[in-house]
Design a protein around this ligand. Structure first.
Ligand code: ADP
Ligand code: MG
Length: 211
């Protein structure tokens, strides 16, 4: 199975739906560690991405990816807008030139996106950011043999990574001002990454079942 423009658009819709359902829960996580806006901004960005993609005329996979990048950059705001935006922007060259993405094409997209996030945020695993969910998810995807195994792995690894932020103090983002008081709270950006991969995994299972 490959992911073409129609599937990519459907995948982003599935993400937007799930993030919208989790908006308040993500805001509550950010209220504990930051300013409480994370769910609202991430949900607005993915909804805008879906609308912008729907307005495209026969888009290629990279048209869709670029629209998502722009929506995230322009609509997410805050630290996470620039950082999530780097995920999409740095992944873009790996999407370009493909009519559809094989599992190994997608692996290249995810790896480039992760590098973009780490470079933009100057962040490594253990800093209590979205990287704590994204890095293990991408590593798990790379190990998998196919999409089904890959998405299953990313969802599980990202959730474990997000949960692992609970015991950490933060070295990046607003939460670093809290020092030890950040301990006991899950990082909202990491929870968003876990939610995204869970949405993709559920969408993929449904796609397989209906084919
Ligand atoms: P803001 O902090 O500007 O209000 P958000 O609330 O939308 O932005 O996003 C906060 C999330 O952004 C954090 O939970 C964290 O995962 C992520 N984040 C913040 N700074 C960095 C960074 N330097 N590198 C990676 N991720 C970061
Ligand atoms: Mg915030």
């Amino acid at each position: 199975m490959r992911i073409g423009p129609a599937e990519l658009a459907a995948m982003l819709e599935a993400i937007a739906r799930r993030i919208s359902a989790e908006r308040e829960a993500l805001n509550r996580l950010d209220a504990a560690l930051g300013d409480g806006d994370h769910g609202t901004s991430v949900s607005a960005a993915f909804s805008a991405a879906v609308d912008d993609i729907a307005a495209l005329n026969q888009p290629s996979a990279s048209d869709i990816w670029l629209a998502a990048a722009k929506a995230v950059m322009n609509r997410m705001g805050g630290a996470s807008g620039a950082i999530f935006g780097s995920f999409f922007l740095k992944g873009l060259p790996a999407v370009r030139g493909h009519d559809s993405l094989s599992k190994s094409d997608m692996e290249a997209v995810l790896k480039a996106g992760l590098q973009g996030v780490k470079a933009r945020g100057k962040t490594e695993v253990g800093d209590k950011t979205m990287v704590d969910a994204l890095a293990p998810a991408v590593a798990d995807f790379a190990k998998a043999g196919d999409y089904a195994e890959g998405w299953r792995g990313t969802a599980a690894a990202a959730r474990i990574g997000a949960d692992s932020t609970r015991t950490l103090t933060a070295r990046r983002g607003r939460a670093r001002y809290l020092g030890e008081r950040a301990i006991g709270h899950i990082d909202p950006g990491a929870a968003t990454v876990a939610t995204i991969f869970e949405a993709i995994d559920a969408w993929w299972e449904e796609l397989i079942r209906s084919n």
